[in-house]
Each structure stands twice: as C-alpha cells, then as structure tokens.
Design a protein around this ligand. Sequence first.
Ligand code: SAM
Ligand code: SF4
Length: 478
Amino acid sequence: MIFRPEKLKIKDQRMKPFIDADEIWGYINATPATKEKVREVIAKSLDKNRLTLEETAVLINASDPELIEEIKQGARTLKERVYGQRIVLFAPLYVGNLCTNNCVYCGFKASNKQLKRVTLNEEDLIAQVKALEDTGQKRLILVYGEHPKYDAKFIADSVRTVYSVRSGPGEIRRVNINAAPMDIDGFRMVKDAKIGTYQIFQETYHEETYAKVHMGGMKRNYEWRLTALDRAQEAGIDDVGIGALFGLYDWRFEVLSLVRHTNHFEAVYNVGPHTISFPRIQYASQLNIDGTHLVTDEQFTRLVAILRLAVPYTGLILTAREPAAIRDEIMQFGVSQIDGGTNIEMGGYAKKKEKENEEQDIDLEQFQINDNRTLNEIMDELIANKYIPSFCTACYRLGRTGEHFMEFSVPGFIKRFCQPNAIMTLVEYLEDYAPPETKARGYELVSEKLDEIEDPAFKANLLDKIGQLKAGKRDLYF
Ligand code: SAM
Ligand code: SF4
C-alpha cells in the first residue's frame, strides 16, 4: 500500500501520493478489450475527450492485430484532425553531470567512476548557447544531475544566463528545465527566472521497482519525487511535464499511471500536464538493469498511440534516444515536439569535432542517443514530409499558458495562431540559417501552406509579416 502521508507528515492534502498499484493493476487485470469496446473508446477520444483509467485499460488490453491497427489509425486521425502538420523543435543542453544518486540505468550515477564529471561554468554555458543559436535553435531544455551544487539558485542563474546570450540574429526564447525535485521556495526561485516547462520523470510509478533501481541518494524517496510537480504548482509553475522511463517495469502499468498522474492534476489544479515524455532505456556507461521489462519497437509504437488517445490535449515529446526510423513512424501518432541536432556530450555543442561523424564518447554522456542528425537534416526531412517545423514560443510569451490545451480546445486556434506562427519561425530559419537547397524547399512548403489559407484578410496580414521578416525584422507572431 502506497498511501502513507502520515509517515511524511503531509499537512497539505494536495501533496498526498496518489498512485495505488493495486488500483492500477485492478484496471489492467479486469478490463476486457472487446472489439465494440475498443471502437467505442477510440470514438470517445476522437470526440476530444480524455479517457478514464478504465477506458485506457481497454486500449492497453487490445491484443488483436486488427484492433491494434485501429488504435494506431485512431491516433493518426486525432493528430490530423486536431493538431495539423506542425512539429515543434528544441534541443537539450546538459549543464552539469555531477550526481549524488545511484540510478542503475543512468551513466551519471555517483558510483560510475569512469564518467568524466563536468559542470559548465558561465563562459562554457555561453559558448554552448551561442553554438546552439548559430544552428537556429530557439527553444532549449536545460538538464542537470542531482547534486547540492545544482540548487535552485544555480539553476535559476543558468536559466538567466541562457536567456541573455545573443549570437547574430540568434536568441533562445524559451528555456525549459529537467532537474531534480525542489521544495516550494526553490520552485519559486526558478519560476522567477522565467522557466518555460518544469519537467521531471517519475521513471517508474511502481514503488517496489522504484526502490530497486534507485540505489542511493535523495532520489530513493519515491514520494518526494512523485509530489514534486505538486510543489511546483504550489509555487505557481503551472506548466509541467511528466514522464516515465520505459523498460524498468511493465509498460502497461506505466501508461496507466501516467494517465492517473494526469487525472490528479486535472482534479486538483484544473489543468493537465503540458507534456508527457516516454523515454526508453538506452545503452549507458555501466548500465546495470535486468532486461525483463525492456519495451520492443512494436510495444513502443502501440503505447505512444494509446497515450495520444488517452490524453488528447497534451503535448507528446519524442527524443533523439530513438533512431530516425522509429521517430518518423511515431510522429504520425501525434507527437508534438522533437529534439533536433541533439548532442548530449557535456560541452558537446561548442566542441570542434576533429573528424566528421566522430563516435560518441559514452564516458561524457548520460546514455547513448540514436538519432545523430543535425538540426538542418531534421528540418530537411520534416519539410520533405510536409511537416511545418516550428520554433514558436508565442503563447508562452503572451501569457497564453497551456498552449497545447488551447490548440486542442479553442476552435480555429491552430489556424489563427499556431500554423501562421510556425510558418513565421520557419521563414526566420530559412533566412538566417538554411543552406540554399533547404531554403528553396522550405519556401515551397511555405507557399503551399499560404495557398491553403481561406480568409483573404488574414492571408494578407501574414504575407505582410513574412515580408517584414524577409526585410530583417525578427520575432513576429500572432
Ligand atoms: N537528474 C535529474 C533526474 O534524474 O530527474 C534530471 C535529469 S536526468 C539527467 C533526465 C532523464 O534521463 C531521467 O529522468 C531519465 O528518465 C532519463 N535517463 C536516464 N538514464 C537513461 C538511459 N540509460 N536511457 C534513456 N533515458 C535515461
Ligand atoms: Fe543522477 Fe538523474 Fe542520472 Fe539518476 S537519472 S543518476 S538522478 S542524473
């Protein structure tokens, strides 16, 4: 039994742990997936409703290949109907890999004496950010190990530094963070530095497994981590990202727990999580896990489609942990954000590579990534597949928080805001960073998208703004 608020002396009932393993398994074990029921649940999601735990369990339990295909098709339809063809791009930036924890799956674990420990100083951080800006990046997620050195002040300072860096026309317009849990005062401090999303993964929602894979340090405290986002909410950070590390425990349990976590937010704060992430365990220096629950490609595509249908309003993040082929396949199911040009080697973005395609140095990295394409290669691929790559940060900058929710729930929002803003950030990229072939193909896509706009006044307004961007103005948005 997990509910032990008395042990934690929790006075605020909102901070109570809310995952009950028996309840989650109860749904998985007792919910049959008949053809009729699966179709009914998909239809409910396509009507733009979040699914209950029981309904999500129906999708999880569907094993007939024909039904699995219907679930995937449902996710594709939902994406096309609701989100259109935009993909938001970002890059991770590792600020420091000191860590006092011993997570068996992570190369940064304290017991890994092979790892070179690095914390970027201000000068290094600025060099990294400049290198990222020079490729066209506008949105970053800063990542930190868990260590007393990386306290809230350190994190807030690094966020401020990143926002202050300019390289030519480059600037970072949104800084998200992935960092260890803080107390409410700590969260207030990082909120004041104007972070975008605060992201933290529970890794596994299964408490027993959690205890087995977290061998030392603060992270052993399951409840402190589970309630981190509640403390963030208390501190006024309402833009939060949840996630599970797939491969530690049964994927069905983790999917249902992510939905449970979402319900908790909706019930208590009246707003769901901004994003859901679903990293799969990758090779890491001194990786030490038993492989019982590793997730196959087939299970992985299935679980992403299920998550899309279960929580239709939330952004889904897919990272370069996954190889290009899997990323391309899964994007169809409604992934809204991917990283591009990713380098998770400490100090890696600014480092001049001796040789092209130099091998990754696993002793400088948290884990191995499998999509090593440059940002421009990703842009080329997205453009070729008619996705509009987007660096848009408009909602966040205009105080329209919950951008995914708006896209989803406000009729016409995507047409009036997201799509034209994506086009404008693409134009900025084409003008400032794209080689000639990308520029030519990018502008072909822009003109195709302009042709689709029905309202002549709106189209004229957008054309005027694009004209201003071509003339050198920057950072225009609706
Ligand atoms: N130290 C902080 C923490 O643990 O929350 C922040 C960042 S940690 C560097 C970011 C995430 O990377 C972890 O939450 C975990 O899900 C993921 N990760 C760790 N080891 C991994 C591996 N071998 N493969 C894939 N993802 C991994
Ligand atoms: Fe440290 Fe985070 Fe890696 Fe765990 S996952 S060892 S806390 S960096």
